[in-house]
Design a protein around this ligand. Structure first.
Ligand code: SF4
Length: 757
């Protein structure tokens, strides 16, 4: 605890008393406040209390007995509060006159005047679309909405996208194609009524730890769990069947399942006839995906494919979930569609205990992609090229159709456009492409080509470090606003502390730039998140993601409201598709998919497959978690995970080489990964960044990069590449967390072994 010691009122179980009427914790000190809010990290969005001292400092956390997490938090959740008063926080605007100079503190007026004059110069010289906005999905939905409006109204630029482009967009596109709407079909509590769960490419135990309770709850009631992943991840160890699929072959695997199910007469013909279209083409396609053929493609025993197919096909109720493992591919959308085909062909959707969903990686991955910061969308999950959608939003924003830009390009493409000289100016918020985007060297060239680059953040990320202007924003505990979790449940963050130093709410910064730009200053005259939310409600009304019936008070009272919620009397919609799908005819669409190989096939020079992912102690680009001592101690550095058959010992330096780059990591030798696959966690920067090696091939529909597979080779290395410590503001000391450069021992998350030979 920081600050002064507070007197303890009364001891209780584990040091805490429960309020018997509410089932919630109560303050332990007479001057302490508990602020009910939610975790800032993953798509579970666990409820928590932030503990706030009399002088307004956030000094601790307790889990909330919220419907989502029921008193549980994971290692990231219990330490999230340590961001708030962290010594690395940005507390003043930073600026430099040239890239060769260091950043220096300046006043808000000097920083904002420079930002505005550079935006004006670039747009006057090169046109409105020469300015790009790159936003994020860890922002509240109010801020996401504001970023879309800012780009299209204040800048008049079509170039806006968000970092969910690196995350959930394949699932989103597949959902829209198949169901007509992009949202999980069920609340997670439906898992307690299912008989079989198929989990593909989702390391639930590490990436969405508290969601594990739903999977284990289902198993406690007798449900069978099938996991599909090249690695036997923590949740896979508890599965009835684990399918160690070869990276890049998921569509073939799912087609193989449907082949067996159709062959055995286990399809739901009544459901197909009444509620879907397009089955015949899928049936004809999967007939060639015999277990033997699929076994060859996927590196699996044909018997395992038969067993899994029959387990799903014979289930009374079944649910399928997936995450980035099948989505981060050039066939990411198709992979998701093959899972949906399976669900539709067996009628496993639209009822309690039967359904489908993607598990969003970012806290507000769902809300952040449906209110207008996506390149092709407007608020309410409206498509920007839809004339009716354009008319509705133009009316809300008070602009004409001519003034509303058309669809822009995706995030990685925007950086490539910067490299090509088409985009000259950049405003980034809540993202860190210098760690998170694929094929790092090309991304760095793109950013270096910009004439002007401004980042808004609350820590100095590796991307901020290269910017011309850095504006200090707020962390999640310093403002209020809504977020939508992976179920489609809208929850509310509450403010617990004031921003440090001169840091300002992100919405204030963006509105201030808009007001100073002067194109439509009156349209950014917001004075609180609540005011933005009230406009968002109107903008979303009548859209697929209709939030118009929600209020801050209703959301909190109900412990979250599932959208759509079109009126103030409406209870929200936890389960979708009970009567109809969202296409105009009410029917879901099958999509026939042929498996295609990854962008890079293995060959004699690069004979293995490299895959990347997350580990439990860190979050996305690590800008938040690589500064939290307990998390750094738990997992100080990246490693390369390889199979024992390759002959390495734990801790050996292994050099991983792809066509784009190489890095040397300590080995973590485990029998839980395929022999033909190497895995690196991607949260670190510099010479140890996994994205030095990944490929920037994109899915043709979702434009998601193929993070999950590229060709590589591994060889005995020499010097292990150390990850650099996270950047800090000028004049600050580098935060010496224990073990930042500990080179001896690879991390051992979730009991995967000690890492020592
Ligand atoms: S599971 Fe996700 S939301 Fe819950 S505490 Fe962990 S990181 Fe936070």
């Amino acid at each position: 605890m920081r600050g002064k010691t507070l007197p303890i009122l009364a001891p209780g179980i584990a040091g805490f008393r429960k309020d018997p009427s509410a089932g919630h914790f109560v303050p332990q000190h007479k001057d302490e406040r508990l602020v009910a809010t939610h975790c800032c990290y993953c798509g579970v969005q666990c409820g928590m209390y932030l503990r706030v001292s009399e002088d307004g400092r956030v000094f601790g956390v307790e889990p909330r007995n919220h419907d989502i997490n029921k008193l549980k938090l994971c290692p990231k959740g219990v330490t999230a509060y340590q961001q708030v008063n962290h010594v690395d926080r940005l507390t003043a605007p930073l600026m430099r006159s040239s890239r060769s100079e260091p950043l220096r503190e300046v006043s808000w007026d000097e920083a904002l005047d420079h930002v505005v004059s550079e935006i004006r110069r670039i747009q006057k010289t090169y046109g409105r679309d020469a300015m790009a906005v790159y936003s994020g999905s860890s922002l509240t939905t109010e801020k996401c909405y504001l970023m879309g409006k800012f780009a299209r109204v204040a800048l008049g630029s079509k170039h806006i996208d968000y970092n969910g482009r690196l995350c959930m967009v394949s699932a989103a596109a597949a959902n829209k194609k198949a169901f007509g709407v992009d949202r999980a079909a069920n609340p997670w509590s439906d898992m307690l009524d299912t008989d079989v769960i198929l989990l593909l490419g989702a390391n639930v135990g590490e990436c969405f730890p508290v969601a594990t309770q739903y999977f284990w709850g289902a198993r406690d009631r007798g449900a069978r769990l099938i996991t599909v992943d090249p690695r036997e991840t923590p949740i896979a160890r508890t599965a009835d069947y684990h399918v160690p699929v070869r990276p890049g072959t998921d569509a073939a695997f799912c087609n193989g399942l449907l082949h067996v199910i159709e062959r055995e007469g286990l399809i739901d013909e009544e459901f197909i006839a009444a509620r879907t279209t397009g089955w015949e083409a899928v049936r004809d396609t999967v007939r060639s995906y015999t277990p033997e053929r699929v076994g060859n493609i996927c590196g699996l025993r044909p018997e395992l494919i038969e067993q899994v197919a029959l387990t799903w096909g014979r289930a009374k109720n079944a649910m399928a979930f997936h995450a980035r493992g099948i989505e981060h591919h050039i066939q990411g959308v198709d992979n998701c569609l093959t899972v949906i085909n399976l669900v539709l062909a067996t009628g496993q959707i639209g009822k309690r205990g039967a359904g489908y969903g993607t598990i969003t990686g970012q806290g507000n991955g769902q809300g952040g992609r449906e209110h207008g910061q996506k390149a092709d969308q407007l608020p309410g999950q409206r498509m920007i090229e839809d004339p009716d959608a354009r008319a509705h939003i133009c009316k809300v924003w008070g602009i004409t159709d001519d003034e509303l830009p058309r669809a822009g390009t995706s995030a990685v493409e925007m950086v490539h456009q910067a490299e090509a000289g088409e985009i000259k100016g950049w405003l980034g918020i809540c993202n860190n492409p210098m760690v998170s985007m694929p094929n790092f060297d090309r991304i760095a060239r793109g950013y270096d080509s910009l004439e002007f680059h401004c980042q808004i953040d609350f820590f100095l990320s590796e991307t901020c470090e290269r910017a011309d202007v850095v504006l200090p924003g707020t962390c999640w505990a310093e403002d209020e606003g809504i977020s939508t979790n992976a179920e489609g449940r809208v929850i509310k963050y509450n403010k617990a502390a004031e921003p440090p130093g001169q840091a300002r709410p992100d919405w204030w910064i963006v509105c201030e730039i808009a007001r100073r730009l002067g194109r439509y200053p009156e349209k950014f005259d917001f004075s609180s998140s609540r005011e933005i939310f009230e406009e968002l409600r109107i903008a979303s009304a009548g859209g697929l993601a209709d939030y118009s019936g929600m209020t801050y008070e209703r959301i909190e009272q109900a412990e979250g409201i599932f959208w759509p919620c079109p009126s103030i009397e409406h209870p929200g919609t936890p389960r979708l598709f009970e009567e109809r799908f969202a296409h105009p005819d009410g029917r879901a669409r099958f999509h026939a998919v042929e498996w295609r190989p990854p962008a890079e096939e293995v060959d004699p020079v690069f004979p293995m497959r490299l895959t990347t992912g997350r580990t439990v102690a860190h979050y996305l680009s690590g800008n938040q978690t690589r500064r939290i001592s307990a998390l750094v101690q738990q997992t100080p550095r990246p490693w390369v995970e390889v199979h024992p058959s390759l002959g390495y010992r734990n801790g050996d330096p292994i050099k991983v080489v792809t066509r784009r780059g190489s890095a040397t990591y300590p080995a973590l030798v485990v029998s839980t990964i395929r022999e033909d696959t190497a895995f690196i966690p991607y949260h670190w920067a510099g010479a140890a960044a996994a994205n030095l090696m990944t490929v920037d091939a994109l899915d043709p529909t979702s434009r998601i990069p193929e993070f999950k597979v590229c060709a590589c080779r591994i060889e005995q290395g020499h010097e292990i590449d150390d990850p650099p410590p996270p950047p800090v503001p000028p004049g600050s000391q580098i935060y010496e967390s224990a073990g930042v450069i500990d080179r001896g021992q690879p991390s051992a998350p979730q009991g995967r072994g000690t890492g020592r030979g």
